[in-house]
Design a protein around this ligand. Structure first.
Ligand code: NAD
Length: 412
């Protein structure tokens, strides 16, 4: 099922349970604004190539919109729309004063030079400049974008506005108003959610056997922190395939190996496995941290993990979700599990607006407190209403926006 269709299907289920009224129900089904821009840039060869760029602002009832920018050959308007909608629910669930947005450029970053990526980012920023800003819409990194991408966006925005604007993007380098802890924020949040879910399932982090699909920003940070608690990361993968060691992979060594641009398949003391095999490995916790639509009705009944913590956005299809629920698998949904990134982005934005920066310890403490509190609210609601944690998380997020829309009223 296409990603947007599956997100809307889940929305309908939740709206039904919440008994949302016609007006609010319809308003939240569609994005507030969708931008499709063409981005012509000169390639290093001298040829001009035109790329498609997108920015979708789903909802701004609670505040400016917020969401990442993704560079990937499969990026399209439907995918970005679905991801923007998930951002609205996520920000509302985490009680942040934000609506949801997402953006992306359809391109293949692996075959582009740094200079080409810089020109692409700067031209994209100038094409969407009237829609973004610290009080309008605040982009952040996502797949294949990073601190450098955000620095180019911030610089382009600032040059065109004629003043330096720190709060226009988050996920920036520290020297440009970035926040301590942001780079690993999503992975750290995933780690806290593994800790909380282990607790409610009567398990200890020590010795917990974990498989992680996707060894990028989110997957590698979560792996590193979990290893620090003596959990065993028995498998990891990337888009090319995975590696497995039943006694646990040396994650510090693997991070260094990847930094040296070496293939994970060439790492010593591991067996090669496929991504499909990784998802169905015998383990305690599965962390999908790559792309959407990985756990489907075709493999959900083969998943052996008792706990799934969704690092990626939308890794489980609604059919798979139903199968996992019936099987009693504890699924910590994406909008909760990977919210560490947006929560620390919020901290970064607050620091930028105040020109006053916090210590790393303070950031970790506040993140843990917020994520644990919301985890407990979602868990209590799921127990009370006998629903799964995804349904509870979506209900909490959507009802907050619905309530705000009701109080704000309908303009004009
Ligand atoms: P990344 O680009 O740093 O890493 C992605 C990883 O997934 C890479 O190892 C890549 O090789 C792998 N991958 C890509 N396609 C794959 C496939 N078909 N099968 C298996 N592996 C595949 O990206 P990231 O920032 O770590 O983001 C990962 C996921 O987490 C995405 O779904 C993203 O939307 C979500 N997310 C990221 C953040 C963040 O702060 N970076 C925040 C919230 C959610």
């Amino acid at each position: 099922m296409p990603f947007l269709k599956s997100v809307l299907k889940q929305y309908d289920l939740v709206a039904d349970k919440l008994e949302l009224s016609g007006n609010v129900l319809e308003r939240l089904r569609y994005p507030k604004r969708s931008l499709l821009v063409s981005i012509p840039i000169e390639m290093d060869s001298g040829a001009v190539k035109v790329f498609k760029g997108f920015r979708v602002q789903h909802d701004i009832t609670l505040g400016p919109s917020k969401g990442g920018i993704r560079y990937h050959p499969n990026v399209n308007l439907e995918e970005v729309t679905a991801l923007a909608m998930l951002m609205s629910w996520k920000c509302a669930l985490m009680q942040l004063p934000y609506g949801g947005a997402k953006g992306g450029i359809c391109c293949t970053p692996a075959v582009m030079s740094i200079k080409e990526k810089e020109r692409l980012t700067r031209r994209f920023t100038s094409e969407i400049i009237w829609a973004i800003g610290p009080e309008e819409d605040i982009p952040a990194p996502d797949m294949n974008t990073n601190m450098q991408t955000m620095a180019w966006m911030m610089d382009t925005y600032s040059m065109l506005k004629g003043h330096t604007s720190l709060g226009v993007v988050t996920g920036k380098p520290l020297v440009l108003g970035g926040s301590l802890g942001r780079e690993e924020g999503t992975g750290r949040g995933v780690y806290y959610m593994v800790e909380e879910s282990a607790k409610i399932n009567g398990k200890d982090l020590k010795g917990l056997r974990i498989a992680i699909q996707g060894f990028g920003n989110v997957g590698s940070a979560a792996a590193r922190l979990l290893c620090g608690q003596e959990s065993k990361i028995i498998a990891v993968s990337n888009s090319k395939g995975g590696i497995y060691n039943e006694n646990g992979i040396d994650i510090g060594g693997l991070i260094q190996h990847v930094k040296e641009n070496k293939e994970i398949a060439d790492f010593p003391d591991v067996e090669i496995i496929t991504n499909e095999e990784l998802l169905t490995l015998d383990c305690d916790v599965l962390i999908p941290a790559s792309i959407e639509g990985q756990i489907t009705r075709y493999n959900a009944d083969k998943v052996k993990a008792g706990i799934i913590v969704e690092g990626a956005n939308g890794p489980t299809t609604p059919e798979a979700d139903r199968i996992l629920s019936e099987r009693g698998v504890c699924v910590i949904p994406d909008i909760l599990a990977n919210s560490g990134g947006v929560v620390i982005s919020y901290f970064e934005w607050v620091q930028d607006l105040q020109f006053y920066f916090w210590k790393e310890k303070e950031i970790h403490q506040r993140l843990k407190e917020i994520m644990s509190d919301i985890f407990n609210s979602v868990y209590s609601m799921s127990q009370e209403k006998k629903i799964n944690m995804r349904m509870a998380a979506w209900m909490l997020g959507i009802s907050r926006i619905a309530e705000a829309q009701k109080i704000r009223g309908l303009y004009p």
